[in-house]
Write a protein that binds this ligand. Structure first.
Ligand code: CA
Ligand code: CA
Ligand code: CA
Ligand code: CA
Length: 587
């Protein structure tokens, strides 16, 4: 999640000059936008109005042609207003996706509302208006031809303006950096498409009137009541080939781009090292170095624990055989801040050998902390979740709740990750086993949706991938969404028997994994897989998590980025650092 900068003051000043008019129209669906229409073609000079070409970062402003009549002295009809884009979306949302809707429906609406306007800023239709002898261009109309925009009723300072903390503002903030695409197989490219929404039939049930391009107020509201999360709603209405683009995974430094992050293991100490794109060949890590003492240190993990879009660091310290404390250092955008104790108590599972994991188990946009540990009987394991229930209490984590207790010999777990394979916003579990006699196996369990009130909260734990031809020491894996379909994938680097191969095991709805080979390392620049460790981050800020390879090179380490594309990778950046490869652990 990423909160936008506070809205700028320009429009707030303008709106205060306007006379509030109460419109009789209901804040509902009668006021949905027109059908999507193809952008017309124009001469080059008139093609841009609000000049904004990015499809990754939302525009800052929008030009709106006012068609509504208001009373003097603030007659706006026929004028083009330049409006802060965030304010524009909030004002439209207040009318179109009101507070009484379920929050997940509002989130889906917030993405569609933002993208509708963004689309016409990026692909202008060339609208102009003469006023007092001057020609003004505009991006959208304030009427139902586009989206209903009435700041005199719903704008800042008015009674219906969505306040900070309202459902609308929460929904907008959680989804602000997210946008939608349709993948096109024919051109192997993704299209930033025109979203829309309409009232739809009052009798339609959730999903029954889906078309692949629009949302419907009536039925998506029912989806919200049915317990669907916004990604599930978007996928239901906008599939096939929908991509939910959520860029910047693993941004520690606060540049928005994802960073390469690894812990340097040395005697008695663990030191964070973070490398950020745009800085050539940094040496010895960046300024985000934080040192942890190894005394009683069990494990550490990265995650955004305060919802500002930056990855923070958490670690687990042992205080007894089944008790510990969780300490957090928040990233301030430049460095990790002071260590704060967030929780201490009974860990339920034995602390020794346990793994600390971070993920969102409730699909509420807040990252929770989990501990994966030994089960209470032989050859079993357990996963417990400590819920982060609100942000207002800066340090609050709930006590561990049993999420899954299952037949998995704890001593046979080679690696464990959290990832949202099913794409509902809830973390699922991925366990790697190295098969006796050869090969690699992955087993998964998916958190149920909607979430059951009591145990078990996960579906069946079962094998989803197995290849007995693989040599475990030459197979490196991590988890991230490499094809930006909103579902996490297992990123896999496979060596042995020739040149190294990059593969993606694509997460699927029920926790399945679909194997797709995407790239073979060139002969001229091979990858020493056995002496490589794998991390993931969205280095180029396109919503696809990229492969971060840490490979042994001389006495140091080569950090090599393979940027994920749909069916291949692009190489770079490529850094060399003076840290022995043996000491580096990606996190
Ligand atoms: Ca954070
Ligand atoms: Ca999930
Ligand atoms: Ca994926
Ligand atoms: Ca990327």
């Amino acid at each position: 999640m990423r909160r936008p900068q506070p809205a700028r003051g320009l429009f707030a000043v303008m709106s205060s000059l306007l006379v509030a008019i109460l419109y009789a129209l209901p804040a509902s669906a009668a006021i949905a936008p027109a059908e999507p229409q193809a952008a017309q073609s124009f001469d080059a000079p008139s093609k841009t109005c609000t000049k904004w070409t990015s499809t990754m970062t939302p525009p800052k402003t929008i030009k709106v042609l006012r068609t509504a009549s208001t009373s003097p002295p603030a007659k706006v009809k026929g004028t083009v207003q330049t409006v802060d884009f965030y304010e524009y979306v909030a004002t439209v949302m207040a009318a179109e996706w009101p507070e009484r809707y379920p929050i997940e429906t509002i989130k889906a609406g917030a993405i569609a509302t933002k993208q509708f306007a963004w689309y016409y800023i990026k692909y202008p239709r060339g609208g102009t208006k003469w006023k007092d002898g001057t020609k003004y261009c505009y991006d959208v109309l304030d009427s139902t031809v586009d989206q209903w925009y009435r700041p005199e009723k719903y704008g800042p300072g008015q009674s219906l303006w969505p306040a900070e903390g309202s459902k609308i503002r929460q929904a907008m903030d959680v989804t602000w950096d997210q946008s939608l695409r349709k993948y096109q197989y024919s051109t192997r490219s993704s299209r930033f498409f025109l979203t829309g929404y309409r009232a739809g039939s009052g009798s339609a049930t959730c999903g029954s009137d889906k078309t692949g391009f629009k949302l419907f107020h009536n039925s998506t509201r029912k989806c919200g009541y049915d317990g669907l999360k916004y990604r599930e709603i978007l996928r239901l209405y906008l599939n096939p080939r929908l991509e939910i683009v959520s860029p910047g995974a693993n941004d520690v430094i606060g540049t928005k781009h994802g960073d390469a992050s690894a812990m340097q293991h040395s005697n008695g100490q663990r030191t964070t090292r973070v490398w950020t794109p745009g800085q050539p060949a940094p040496d010895g890590g960046s300024n985000a170095g934080l040192s942890l003492s190894t005394a009683d240190l069990i494990d550490y993990a990265a995650g955004d624990l305060n919802g500002d879009g930056r990855q923070d660091l958490a670690w687990l310290k042992k205080t007894g055989s089944t008790s510990g404390r969780i300490v957090v250092a928040l990233s301030d955008g430049t460095n990790y801040g002071d260590a704060q104790e967030w929780w201490s108590g009974d860990t339920v599972v034995p602390v020794n050998g346990s793994k600390l994991l971070i993920g969102d188990f409730h699909a509420d946009g807040r990252q929770d902390v989990a501990i994966f540990g030994r089960g209470s009987t032989d050859r079993t394991s357990r996963l417990v979740v400590l819920k982060r229930s609100k942000y207002t209490n800066a340090t609050e984590l709930g006590n561990p709740v049993l999420w899954l207790a299952f037949s998995q010999d704890f001593d046979k777990v080679a690696s464990v990750w959290l990832g949202d394979l099913s794409g509902d916003g809830r973390s699922d579990l991925v366990v790697r086993q190295n098969v006796e006699g050869g090969g690699v196996r992955l087993k998964t369990a998916v958190t149920k949706s909607p979430l059951p009130k009591s145990y078990p909260r996960m579906g069946t734990y079962k094998a989803r991938f197995e290849d007995t031809s693989l040599i475990p020491s030459k197979v490196k894996m991590t988890v991230g969404d490499a094809n930006r379909d909103g579902r996490d994938d297992v990123l896999m680097l496979v060596g042995g028997g020739g040149r190294a191969v990059v593969e993606r095991l694509q997460g699927r709805k029920l926790g399945g994994l679909k194997r797709v080979k995407i790239w073979t390392a060139p002969k001229s620049d091979p990858i020493p897989v056995q002496k490589t460790r794998l991390g993931a981050a969205d280095i180029d800020y396109d919503g696809r998590e990229d492969f971060v390879l840490y490979s042994a090179r001389g006495t140091g380490t080569r950090i090599r980025i393979l940027k994920a594309r749909y069916d291949t990778v692009r190489q770079g950046p490529d850094w060399r650092v003076n840290i022995p490869w043996e000491d580096i652990r990606p996190y």
